[in-house]
Design a protein around this ligand. Structure first.
Ligand code: ATP
Length: 311
């Protein structure tokens, strides 16, 4: 039986200086699921989440969290909702571990703070004040503070931004556990790997509206013509224009720049496709420094939908 979503946003509009940065956005996030809001910088992800957190009143539309209005019912929601803001949002004069212990004492059934601190590697900077923490350390502390009260709904704004790979894995594992314990986890990210690894449901946002949504497999199969297609990413020693390769490969392949010195070729990649690409580059006197052959990713889906890269 489907039950009512933990977070429900309908027709959300938020304007700054007369410009709608969120423009009629619908979003629904279920308990026991990780919902990733994915989109490029400036798409309106943070603004949307801030409206759900009650930090910004919407200009139009409705937002409900556990059936309540996050602005009017903020006091009732506070013990039920965990929030990790993009800039940490923590008081800067407090020592890291004191901060976590203080917040834990405000909840009826908090996580064991020793265990949480160990998992997120907070022990190495337990006595350091927030203002002296590195960006990644501050992020880890902000995550611990957001989840220590075992919230039913957790908002994580770019949770692993600025973290080293080991910390990122620890964060992802914690997010999975929160989900398995039944929390609704809503995370914003522009890291497709994060969305692909963690999300049960992905909402792709661009220019303040949802342009696609579904599970990762559903999104990867959106474009039926490309089902089963692979992406060959060619890294080169110096800049190369995509136009010539596009003409050489013909219309059944998409050729896009990933950066000035890398091209992504999407389509049916056969041994002869690889030979054609490298031969064409050799004819331009361009050295190939690396070749990666992979399946389609959310990055490719976004590129197809918007013609732009997520990053
Ligand atoms: N307080 C504000 N006043 C004016 N403009 C704002 C304000 N907050 C955000 N904006 C603008 O709204 C747009 C959407 O910003 P938002 O932070 O929601 O995007 P985002 O998708 O979270 O981006 P990022 O990935 O960079 O965090 C941006 O153009 C931003 O400059």
């Amino acid at each position: 039986m489907p039950h009512s979503p933990a977070v429900e946003v309908r027709g959300l509009v938020k304007r700054y200086d007369g410009r709608a940065v969120v423009d009629g956005l619908d979003l629904s996030a279920a308990a026991g699921r990780v919902t990733a809001v994915l989109g490029p910088n400036g798409a309106g992800k943070t603004t949307t989440v801030e409206c759900c957190e009650g930090l910004r009143p919407p200009d139009a539309g409705t937002v409900r969290v556990l059936g309540l209005d996050p602005v009017a019912d903020g006091a009732a929601l506070r013990p039920l909702v965990g929030v990790m803001l993009q800039d940490g949002g923590l008081p800067t004069g407090v020592r890291a571990r004191e901060m976590l212990d203080h917040v834990a004492r405000m909840y009826a059934d908090p996580w064991d703070t020793d265990a949480l601190a160990e998992r997120l590697g907070l022990d190495g900077f337990a006595r350091t004040t927030v203002r002296r923490l590195s960006g990644g350390q501050r992020q880890r502390l902000a995550l611990a503070v957001a989840v220590v009260g075992r919230p039913r709904v957790v908002f994580l704004d770019e949770p692993s931004a600025g973290m080293d790979p080991q910390s990122r894995l620890a964060v992802w594992q914690l997010v999975r556990e929160l989900r398995d314990e039944g929390a609704a986890v809503i995370l914003t990210t522009h890291l497709m790997e994060e969305a692909e690894d963690l999300a049960d449901h992905v909402v792709v946002v661009d220019h303040g509206t949802v342009i696609a949504q579904g599970s990762v497999p559903e999104l990867l199969a959106t474009d039926v013509d490309r089902r089963g297609a692979a992406t060959l990413v060619v890294h080169t020693a110096h800049d190369v224009a995509a136009t010539g390769l596009r003409e050489r490969l013909g219309p059944s392949y998409a050729v896009e720049h990933r950066s000035a010195t890398s091209l992504a070729v999407t389509g049916e990649v056969t041994p002869s496709t690889v030979a054609t690409v490298t031969a064409w580059l050799a004819a331009q006197d361009v050295l190939v420094t690396r070749l990666d052959l992979g399946r389609r990713t959310l990055e490719d889906v976004f590129l197809d939908l918007t013609g732009r890269s997520l990053r």
